[in-house]
Structure formats: C-alpha cells, structure tokens
Design a protein around this ligand. Structure first.
Ligand code: F58
Length: 799
C-alpha cells in the first residue's frame, strides 16, 4: 500500500498554498479578497492534495489490470465538498488554523460553497454515498452522470405556497473539477437506419458532443481516490457559419442550442416523466458517452471485447441509464463486428440493475413512436433483445408492448443481476413489478439493503457525538461502523448518558441559532425536535403528520393544564413542481404553522417549523439535532429510505411503519427502541379492497373527524375555505395511501413518544441504543455486498 501517497501538510504549508492560490488562481490580494475568493483558494489548495492519491489509485488499478466498477446514474446529490475533502485528507484542523491565521472564519468560508444538488432525493444521495464508500474501500470505480448547469430547483414559500426558481451552482467556477476537453464523444440522435452488406448503418439526424469533467472523490484517510466523470453537452460545430454569414442568426445558433439544452437542467420529477423527449435524450446522451468511454479504456489497455465482463462491471442506478444496454450491444455488434447474439450475452454479463421503486407511475415507459424517432437503431436492437429473451426463456414478456418501450423490462432482461434496496422491497419486487420476469429468470433478483456514509453523516456533521464515540470506544469506527456496538455497555453508565444528552443538546442549540439567523424563527432547544425531512409525496404521508399535529393542538387546547411534552415539529422537503397534491400539502403545513404558532395558548408546547429549500447542507444541520425521526410511509411504498438511517445513527429514534429499511432498523436497534405503528404491507393491500374504507376510518375516529372539520371550515385558511377541498375529497373518497386508516394508531404512538421523552434518562437510553445499533447501515457494508455478489470486484490494494 503506497502510504507515501498520503499527503502530509501542516497549517503553515496549507496557509502558504491558500495564499498562492489566492494570488495566482484567483488574481486577488488578501486585502481585496471576498469570501468566495477565500473559499476557492482553500478548495484549490485542498484539491492539490487529492491529486497524488488519485494518480496512485489509477496507477495501481492499471498495473493490477483490476476490474473496474462503472456506476451510471442520472443523479449524484453531493452537497458541499470542502469539509468532506478536509476530513478525508485529515487536514480539517490545519485548514481551520490556516484560515484563522489569514483572518478568515472557517465556517463562513465553508458555508460559501453552493450545494452540488445534482439529484432529487434518496436515489441521488445514495449514489453520492456509494462514491464515498467505493473510494474508502479502494475499489476502482467511476461514477458517470450529467454535469447539469442547473441542479434541483430552489424552493421558497410565498404565503405558504411553494415557488420554484432555477438553481445556479455553475454560475461560479466549480472548484473541484478538472475539465477534460480532449475527452469527447459524438452522440447521435434521430435519422434513419440503412442496411448495407447485411450490416446496419445508422445515419443520424443530429449530433452533439459529450465533453468530460472529472471530480476526484477521495476516500477515508486519503488512501484512494476514484473519479466522478460528468458529461456536458457541447455543439459539434460552434455555429453554422453559412447561416451566420447570410444574417440568419437563429439558424446559425441551432447546433449550440440543442447541445445546451441537453445538459441544462435536472428533471425535478420524483415520479415518472410523461414521455418527455428531452429526458430520453439526456438518458441516451450520458449513457452513450459513458459506454463509449468504458470501451475506449478497455481497448486502450489491450483487452479483448470478448473479455469485457472480466474487466468491466456496469451498474444501472434505476432504469434511467437502461439504454446503456442496447447502446453497448450496438457498439459491440455494429461498430466492432461482434455477432448479435454474442454482443447481447457480452453486454448482459457486465450489467447490473438496481430498482428503487414499486410505484407503477415511476416505472419509465416511452411511447414507441417517440423512441423509434430518436433512437431508430436502438429500437431495432431492443426487438432483437426481446427475440433472444423469448428464445432463451420461452416467456412472452415483452419489452415493447402496446406501443410502449418499457425500460424496467429492458433493464431487467439486459442485466445479470437485479437488486432491490431493502429486504422487504426486494421481496415485493419479486412478488409484484417483476413477478413474471422473476419466474422467467429465477434467482436473478437479490437484495442489497441501502446504507449511508458515516464519514459525512456522523463524523463530519455531528462533531459532539463523534467526539463522544471516539472518547468511549476509540478511533476506527469511521470505516468500521459495526464497532458502534461497543457503545452498548456504556449506555448503563450515567456519565456516558449525560454526555450523550449534552451532545444532542449542543446540536439543538446550533440548529436553533441557525434558524434564528436565517429565518428569524425562535425554537426552544429543550423541546422535543420532531423531524420529517424528505421529498414531499403522498406515499411519504407528511399529511398524516400535519393532521396529527392539529389533533394534538386540539387536545392541548382542551386540557391546557395537562402533562404535555413540548414539541417542535420540523418539516423539510420539496414537491415536484407539477405535483399539485404535494404542493397543496405543503401549503396546508404552512397554513397550520401560521395558525398554531400564533396561538398564545399552545405557544410553549407546540410549534411547526418548515424552513425553505431543504437540501443536503440543511440535512447536515437538522439530523444531528433531531430527537424523533418520522418514517411514516404507507407500508409497502418506501423502497428503503436512507434518511431513516441517518437520523437513527445520530441518536434520533424512529416513529414509523413496517416499511422499507425501517423493518431492518427496528431489528438492529431493538424493538423496544423503535415506535412502531400502522398497517402492514399485506394489511394495506387488503384494506384497499374494502369498499368505503376511508369514510369508515374517519367516522370511527372522533379526533380525525374534528380535524377534517376544522380544515373544511377554514380554521387554517380563513380567507379561502375551499383551499383544501382537494385534500379532503381525496381523503374521503380515495385515500390511496391510507392516511385515515393509520391516523389513530399514529396518534397513540405519538403519545407513547411523549411519555418516553418526559423521562430524560429513559429517552437517552433509547437514543443511544439507536446510535449503537446502526453499525450495519454503513454504505461500506452495502458496497461490499455489491462488490462480492454483483460486480465480482476486489481492491487491488487488498492483501
Ligand atoms: C428512492 N428513490 C426511494 N427516486 O424512494 C427510497 O426509498 C430509497 O431509499 C432511495 O431511492 C435509494 O434507494 C428516489 O429517490 C427518485 O428520486 C427518482 C428521480 C428521477 C425520476 C424517478 C424517481
């Protein structure tokens, strides 16, 4: 192991490097430098330190002829990188000291970095955690994605209504990337296919260039670095000179405008896109560039295409890059002359596919006409894949069916292994969405329960708790998280519990101070912080949470002298811009907040806070400060969840349903340390078949009846009684996500939470048992599972 590759740098040397960058990279002197200038200089100084380990990793991979992992994902939800890089390099103290010496405040400089928000939610954040773990485990890997000019939209509330504006992280220089103008591939669309001498020839209608930008991803203790390669679309020709000379400036700009739109913006939908042409072009654009890059590297290293699967493991993060399968077949067969059957088998031998959802509306399908127009050759190749599949299995499952190209079926059939993301989800994948394919290809579906990187999600974001852990069980848990189990015996120690409580309280103070500064909101750190942070979606049931909040408010008002547990209900999350019901739920939460927060009767006992624009950086503040984690999705709908893991790891017990990874969290932390409620996935299916189930549930619950009556009579929307007619109608007539059926059970579970929290000592035991029990949920464990069971790769550093 080339330990000499680890950069050694002290505060003085780092200070000198920052000053040099300020002068020569930013062109500023210290007297006139802005926070931005300092942030860039610090980032560039740290980036310099990443380069040697990065080169060493590439060299070792090459020399060992090691197999590489290629993780294809439309989304990488990275957040900020400064602190992450600093802690992985072990230079955080040096950086702090260097900046202080230079008269700058480290935290202010860190906070100047915009979040790289190249993802919507869990799927994109999982990809970022996986990159961290791949580097920490020294597994040779590339992440491939799109260098969106605009990440996930910014959210603000106007009179409680979500307003979206474009995100602009690339309006400033991105400090961490290296532009690779020499690494480009042409990407074609449209046109037609001809046959010549029995060979298919694609004559494209339009083309763009995919141009690479590389960000090194450094692992724990700088032992290894992999590459995140993001593709930007560029025009093949800058402009059409002939049109320009004629004075037709619009036509002159046409090549550039197609290219610019392709990598312009991340789609903000958290369910499927209704056949939007640009989305398909984005998917093909980055999949095709990535696959070309993979083959170029393989050939440049002197390997034969027939041996592809010995050197290459490609993972499809959901169906979004599923077109990589047919593209690989096209390159092998049409360009490199491999027989079609062998090309299909060769491609399949290196492809894995991860499914992240059971929601039928989220399974991508393209209208066949649109698909064939944009990708005529791939349309034909998919028919050939379908024929090969039919011949192999005798099954009549079709990829192209009723005028649609079904990307789930395509990804499944083209992959040697399909995985779900939690134990429950994987079983449901086998029984529901892919039941027929599971019969046709028994054993192909396996489970890899999600995980999270403990470096970002505990060590970096929660210093007080991280320090306590190190003090108690020693160092080493950061890359061996199961060691947290060693905390268990200490939970009986009153001194440890006091320190655990103190750590949580200091995080709560930090959050309170941040809310005060940013939003002028005052919250009491002594109150229970009850946190629901995630995309807003009906199945995640923020609605259930806010209805319970109203019911609690009613109860407090009815018995003002009762033994209440002060609570702050914190919400964070965005709704897809086109998702009317989710936006209405956001509006309701904000309306309820306005009403309850101004009620002098309950002010000290109940508060609702919904900070705008939830993102990774806000999560890093909220999670360490949370007392209670809301994981209340309708059973059977949340594939896994990863926020549930982050919160529990940070000492925040869960109130939740038997859904996704909640089931496994509850096993690991102990049933007594988890507040369970609600129908099971099986009961949900059965209940839905009962006629009028939601009306009955409402009638049987006086509390819920009262709450819905208040909403209907305009208690929270005095100016507009009709505002929530849509929500009410949905609850009475349909309630697909069974909010009404789980309401009473949820209310009761919350009162058990209240009671437990009132006993500070009991609560600390609960919270500490959560931290101690979460070791299994490190994404290092998840990546080891993928490496052994799907990719068959090992680190060239493994001895
Ligand atoms: C999420 N999916 C799952 N999709 O909902 C969550 O349970 C799971 O923990 C996580 O993946 C990681 O496995 C998710 O985040 C998206 O955001 C897609 C964005 C693009 C369109 C389709 C949904």
């Amino acid at each position: 192991m080339p330990r000499d590759a680890i950069p050694q740098i002290d505060a003085a040397a780092l200070k000198a490097s920052i000053s040099t960058h300020l002068k020569t990279s930013l062109g500023k002197d210290a007297a006139h430098a802005s926070t931005y200038d300092w942030r860039m200089s610090l980032s560039l100084a740290m980036r310099d330190l990443v380069v040697d380990p990065w080169f060493a990793a590439t060299r070792d991979t090459y020399e060992a002829k090691a197999k590489r992992v290629y993780y294809l994902s439309m989304e990488f939800l990275i957040g900020r990188l400064i602190e992450d890089v600093a802690i992985n390099l072990g230079v955080e103290e040096a950086a702090r000291t260097a900046l202080t010496d230079l008269g700058q405040d480290y935290q202010r400089v860190v906070a100047n970095e915009p979040d790289a928000a190249l993802g919507n939610g869990g799927l994109g954040r999982l990809a970022a955690c996986f990159l961290d773990s791949l580097s920490t485990l020294a597994i040779p890997a590339y992440g491939y994605g799109i260098r969106y000019e605009h990440g996930l939209f910014e959210q603000r509330f106007e009179n409680g209504v979500q307003i979206e504006t474009a995100e602009t992280w690339l309006s400033q220089r991105h400090a961490w990337e290296f532009e690779r103008p020499e690494v480009t591939y042409p990407i074609h669309f449209g046109g037609y296919v001809s046959e010549s001498e029995g060979k298919a020839v694609w004559h494209p209608g339009e083309s763009v260039l995919a141009s690479a930008y590389d960000t090194p991803i450094i692992g724990w203790q700088a032992q290894w670095a992999n590459t995140l390669r993001l593709w930007a679309a560029k025009p093949l020709t800058l402009f059409d000179l002939e049109s320009f000379n004629r004075g037709d400036y619009l036509a002159a700009n046409a090549p550039e405008s197609l290219a610019r739109t392709i990598s312009r913006v991340l789609y903000p939908d958290d369910t499927t896109d209704e056949g939007k042409e640009l989305r398909l072009k984005q998917e093909y654009f980055f999949s095709a560039a990535s696959v070309q890059d993979v083959l170029r590297r393989l050939l440049s290293e002197g390997h034969a295409l027939d041996d592809l699967a010995d050197h290459v493991a490609i993972q499809l993060n959901d169906t979004h890059p599923a077109i990589a399968g047919p593209e690989l077949v096209r390159l092998l067969a049409d360009i490199h002359g491999m027989p079609m059957d062998r090309a299909i088998a060769t491609a399949r031998a290196c492809l894995g596919f991860t499914n992240h959802t059971l929601l039928p509306e989220a399974l991508e399908r393209w209208p066949e006409g649109l698909f064939a127009r944009i990708l005529p050759r791939h349309h034909r190749i998919i028919e050939l894949i379908q024929d090969a599949h039919a011949k192999e299995t005798g099954s009549d499952i079709r990829i192209i069916d009723h005028g649609e190209v079904k990307m789930g079926e395509l990804a499944f059939i083209m992959a040697h292994t399909i995985n779900g993301v939690s134990a429950l989800h994987t079983e449901l994948v086998k029984e529901t969405v892919f039941a027929d394919l599971n019969t046709a290809y028994p054993g192909r579906i396996i489970n890899q329960t999600n995980g999270i990187t403990p470096r970002r999600w505990l060590y970096t974001c929660n210093k007080p708790l991280g320090d306590l852990i190190t003090e108690t069980i020693g160092d080493g848990w950061q890359d061996d998280l199961e060691r947290l189990g060693g905390l268990r015996p200490h939970i009986d120690d009153a001194g440890f519990r006091a320190q655990f409580r103190a750590a949580k309280l200091s995080n709560k103070h930090r959050l309170a101070a941040w809310l005060k500064t940013r939003d002028d909101v005052t919250i009491d750190p002594e109150a229970m912080f009850d946190v629901q942070i995630k995309r807003v979606h009906e199945y995640k049931r923020q609605l259930l949470n806010i209805l319970e909040t109203i019911a609690l408010w009613n109860d407090i008002c009815d018995s003002p002298n009762g033994d209440w547990t002060p609570r702050v209900k914190l919400f964070g999350g965005k709704a897809a811009p086109g998702y009317a019901m989710a936006k209405s739920i956001i509006h309701l939460i904000n309306d309820v907040a306005a009403t309850i927060n101004s009620d002098p009767r309950t002010r000290d006992l109940l508060q609702v806070v919904y900070p705008e624009n939830y993102n990774v950086s806000m999560a890093e503040l909220l999670i360490p400060a949370s007392d209670l984690s809301e994981q209340i999705s309708t059973a059977g709908k949340e594939a896994s969840g990863t926020g549930n893991m982050k919160l529990s790891l940070n000492g925040s017990p869960t109130i939740g349903t038997l859904d996704g990874a909640n089931v496994e969290i509850r096993e690991q932390v102990g049933h007594e340390n988890f507040f369970l409620f609600g129908l099971t996935a099986q009961e949900v299916e059965a209940r839905r078949r009962e006629h009028g189930f939601s009306r009955r549930a409402i009638e049987e619950s006086p509390r819920l009846t009262r709450v819905l009556g208040q909403i209907a009579s305009g208690v929270f929307s005095q100016s507009d009684r009709e505002r929530y007619a849509g929500i009410l109608h949905m609850l009475y007539e349909q309630d697909f996500f069974l909010v009404t059926c789980d309401f009473d059970a949820y209310f009761t579970a919350q009162r058990a939470v209240d009671q437990a929290y009132r006993n500070a000592d009991r609560w600390t035991r609960l919270a500490a048992n959560n931290t101690a029990g979460m070791g299994w949920f490190s994404s290092d464990r998840t990546i080891r599972g993928y490496a052994n069971e799907i990719w068959k790769v090992a680190s060239p550093r493994a001895t």
